[in-house]
Design a protein around this ligand. Structure first.
Ligand code: HEM
Length: 463
């Protein structure tokens, strides 16, 4: 009898599952949509996507081609793995292909953050950002400060076993923080970082605002970060001293081309810190890892940096010409970014129904411009799984049509050069000051983000 009940329950459960899956397929089986599966109502295929990551994408591509539909992270989504189409999507924001980042990210980064604005407002916010971080500013002001911060950060590592993941994470927040508010950085940084890390966690969570959730924590983090930043702004306004840093520049902008409101300034500061944080930190950590495993590349890189040092006194900072001469360093950074795939892709959404690749995409659908697999395309990168920085010495590779390391089109990363400068300066001082060896075997995972879950431990000694 009991067996019959179990069988009955199983049959009912299976029938319900089947009916739900079928219903969800029918719901999204409008004519003109690309092929693909939609999974469960509400949850879609999120679990498969998170669990299997790149393998889920490859499996679906094998069945449906490079342009297919799915339902992940709460939204019907088109996955585009086709390089040409990806390029088209990135270059055509004006046709209704605007950023489509998750609600939690937009809520926590603020309504004025660059990914939340479009059209003329985007132009304006981006213009203001470029006036703070583009190459002329790096050359004249930021590089000197980055150099100083990096020397300080890398001092006293001799004879120690360190977690390089922790160190690069620290460096990728502290140095930009100091570029933004130099005078206050030392006194408020520790508290600020704690709150900012909460904010970052919240941007990658489900938007459920109840105590205990990451989203809720993220909001608390944002509130505290804003409170601290407002405090600094008030103090600065009350004092007559002008400060020669990004915040000083933003506060003095009254009457100039980019005169941001206080709310816009706050979101701008958060965006600068947020965008360069994980990207710079992970690329730096992975460069250390790949160099450990590739002594020939390490040797050549060290020679490049020792040659720069030989031209200078020990206390001389790196200048723009030194940076521009770091060709192999740049190649190492691009190869690291490619092989580790620090950025899997970017998200867009449609503002109206539109035709793409012969299919009709409804309004409000997300498009995941998934660029990861392009990084391992053997036609673009022969022996794609080999760490080979030399391939980037031919400059055309960096600017080829399908190199999306820093995105493309009107949203091309405005912090590209600043990020590369930070990583190059880090490598300069690391390589010319120290040698290092790995301690134990450190696990690295590459999806959903690149990280060493238990840290990447190295023993450092003077070079
Ligand atoms: C290795 C380091 C970096 C990598 C790999 C990287 C990658 C990217 C990518 C792929 C995009 C395109 C996003 C999209 O199209 O939706 C982007 C955009 C952006 N990045 Fe970076 N980035 C890096 C460093 C930085 C740094 C240091 C900053 C700032 C200080 C920064 C600020 C931004 C901003 C503000 C955007 C949005 C641009 C817009 O919407 O117009 N990035 N980045």
């Amino acid at each position: 009898m009991a067996v019959l009940v179990v069988i009955f329950v199983l049959v009912v459960a299976l029938s319900v599952c089947f009916a739900l899956l079928k219903w969800n397929e029918i719901r999204y089986s409008r004519r003109g949509l690309p092929p693909g599966t939609m999974g469960w109502p509400l949850f879609g295929e999120t679990t498969d996507f998170i669990k299997q990551g790149p393998d889920f994408m490859k499996k679906q591509r094998a069945r449906y081609g490079s342009f297919f539909k799915t339902h992940i992270l709460g939204c019907p989504t088109i996955i585009s793995m086709d390089p040409e189409l990806n390029r088209y999507v990135l270059l055509n924001e004006g046709k209704g292909l605007v950023p489509g980042y998750p609600q939690s990210m937009l809520d926590i980064l603020g309504e004025h953050n660059i990914a939340a604005v479009q059209g003329s407002t985007h132009k304006y916010i981006r213009g203001s950002m470029l006036s703070l971080i583009a190459p002329p500013m790096i050359k004249d002001q930021l590089l000197r400060k980055i150099d100083q911060g990096m020397r300080f950060h890398l001092s006293n590592w001799d004879g120690r076993t360190i977690d390089i993941q922790e160190k690069t994470n620290e460096m990728a927040l502290f140095i930009p923080f100091k570029l933004i508010m130099e005078t206050e950085s030392a006194s408020i940084y520790e508290t600020f970082k704690r709150e900012f890390d909460k904010l970052v966690e919240g941007t990658l969570s489900l938007p459920i605002n109840i105590p205990g959730t990451s989203y809720h924590h993220g909001f608390q983090g944002r509130k505290n970060v804003i409170r601290m930043l407002k405090g600094v702004m008030e103090k600065r306004r009350a004092s007559s001293m002008t400060q020669d840093d990004m915040l000083g520049y933003l506060l003095r902008n009254e009457g100039s081309k980019y005169n941001l409101s206080d709310e816009e300034i706050l979101d701008q500061v958060i965006t600068i810190l947020y965008s360069g944080y994980e990207t710079v930190s992970t690329t730096s950590m992975m460069a250390v890892k790949y160099l450990l495993d590739n002594p020939r590349a390490l040797q050549q890189l060290r020679e490049e940096h020792l040659a720069i040092r030989q031209r200078k006194n020990p206390e001389d900072p790196i200048d723009w010409n030194d940076y521009k001469s770091m060709n192999f360093t740049r190649a190492v950074i691009f190869e690291t970014s490619r092989l580790a795939t620090v950025v899997n892709g970017v998200l867009r959404k449609t503002t109206k129904e539109m035709e793409l690749n012969g299919f009709v995409i409804p309004r409000g659908w997300r498009i995941y411009v998934y660029t990861r697999e392009i990084n391992y395309d053997p036609f673009l990168y022969p022996e794609p799984y080999t760490f080979n920085p030399w391939r980037w010495l031919d400059n055309s590779l960096e600017s080829h049509n399908y190199c999306f390391t820093f995105g493309g089109g009107t949203r091309l990363c405005p912090g590209k050069e600043l990020g590369i400068v930070q990583i190059s300066t880090f490598l300069h001082y690391f390589l010319t000051s120290y040698r290092w060896e790995e301690v134990g075997s450190n696990k690295i995972v590459k999806f959903p983000r690149v990280e060493a879950p238990n840290g990447l431990h190295i023993r450092v000694s003077k070079y």
